[in-house]
Ligand binder design. Structure first.
Ligand code: ADP
Ligand code: MG
Length: 354
């Protein structure tokens, strides 16, 4: 665990939590970073009363627990170069600290080979004075976030109904379930027998598009793949700042027969769920030329770019991103989507004519 060092005290905005789904996203990313293959989320009152996430990842060592919720405490950065070429789109070491300022946070965790786990509570970034207590546990980490925003009445009031907050939780979890297909994810409301979202270990992305978005979507998607530039995408920090677009894109996009009520776009850039309004608009325009009026597409895209090309500072919640060569990149993706739609559409028309 690296504690605060000079380069890490950068002036970026703090991870900004506005609703339970923001906290869930951060915690999902932590579980996935910890190598979890199973993640179970339990929710009460749309996450306002309880948001609990249990994973079977590598767990947290007891000696790391005292500083876990201090700002800039992260086990994931080794150098300033890491911060510059940040691949993970994270504000390092901010998430748990931020959550502990606005909720009751309890962590129960066990690393491999230990006879028992440890449980400890945090508030305002500080570990409970009593320190970690031995607790029965499975390998992995269970984090409970209770009474979110109880100490910030204005933000608490701004939250939507439990049903609406639950919908947002499922939206973010569904996005990660498709992106990280193979990892089993479950989201359920406390006390309910049936889960609201469930994916199986070893499932494919297409399986999970079906599980999360339904068969009507999965039956009508086409695989999309493209590479721009000379394949430097995903290169590590410190790669040469270069002159052109480099990206690899993989995804599933709905075909010309699919007609959704609203655009459903799931976008991952370098492993993080983000939004890019400009890309969404460009793709909607392309679909508008192919789909009947009022019909909207489903789009799942995973984009890999050199880390230094991504600008995560566009929005404090890190949702909206900008990137270098944005126009060229958007045009490349748009053109690939258009070509895919037109080529499969004309094959279909040809088949109908026969
Ligand atoms: P970051 O993810 O940027 O490092 P966080 O505040 O999200 O910062 O988490 C702080 C640290 O807590 C992580 O670096 C990691 O070491 C540890 N951590 C958090 N959640 C988990 C988890 N589910 N499993 C294992 N370690 C975790
Ligand atoms: Mg994190």
């Amino acid at each position: 665990m690296t504690s605060s060092t000079a380069p890490l005290t950068d002036p970026r905005p703090r991870a900004c939590l506005q609703r339970p789904a923001n906290a869930l996203k951060e915690m999902l990313e932590n579980s996935l970073d910890a190598g979890a293959t199973q993640i179970i989320v339990t929710v009460k009152d749309g996450g306002k009363a309880l948001l609990q996430i249990q994973d079977n990842g590598h767990g947290i060592r007891k000696e790391d627990l005292p500083v876990l919720c201090e700002r800039h405490t992260t086990s994931k950065l080794r150098s300033f170069e890491d911060l510059e070429g940040i691949q993970t789109l994270g504000f390092r070491g901010e998430a748990l600290a931020s959550i502990s300022h606005v909720a009751n946070l309890t962590v129960t965790t066990m690393t491999a080979g230990q006879p028992h786990g440890w449980r400890v509570a945090y508030s305002d970034g500080i570990m409970d004075l009593a320190g970690p207590k031995p607790a029965a546990a499975n390998r992995g980490t269970l984090i409970s976030v209770e009474c979110l925003f109880a100490n910030i009445p204005l933000r608490r009031k701004a939250l939507k109904s439990a049903a609406e907050e639950n919908r947002c939780l499922l939206e973010i979890m569904g996005a990660y379930a498709v992106y990280k297909a193979g990892v089993s994810m479950t989201c359920k409301r406390q006390g309910e027998a049936r889960s609201d979202l469930h994916t199986l270990a070893g499932a494919s992305r297409l399986d999970n598009i079906r599980a999360v978005f339904g068969a009507a979507v999965s039956k009508h998607v086409l695989p999309l793949e493209l590479t721009c530039g000379d394949g430097a995408a995903g290169a590590g920090p410190g790669e040469a700042a270069d002159a052109g677009v480099h990206c690899e894109v993989e995804g599933y996009i709905s075909n010309a027969d699919f007609s959704g009520k609203r655009t459903q776009m799931v976008l991952f850039i370098n492993g993080r769920s983000v939004e890019c309004t400009a890309l969404k608009r460009a793709l909607e325009a392309t679909y508008a030329a192919v789909l009947p009026k009022a019909a909207k597409p489903f789009i799942f895209l995973e984009v890999r770019l050199p880390g230094s090309h991504v600008d995560v500072n566009v929005h404090p919640t890190k949702k909206e991103v900008g990137f270098l060569h944005q126009e060229e990149l958007i045009e490349a993706v748009r053109a690939a989507v258009e070509e895919k739609l037109l080529s499969t559409n004309s094959k279909r028309m040809y088949a109908q004519m026969l």
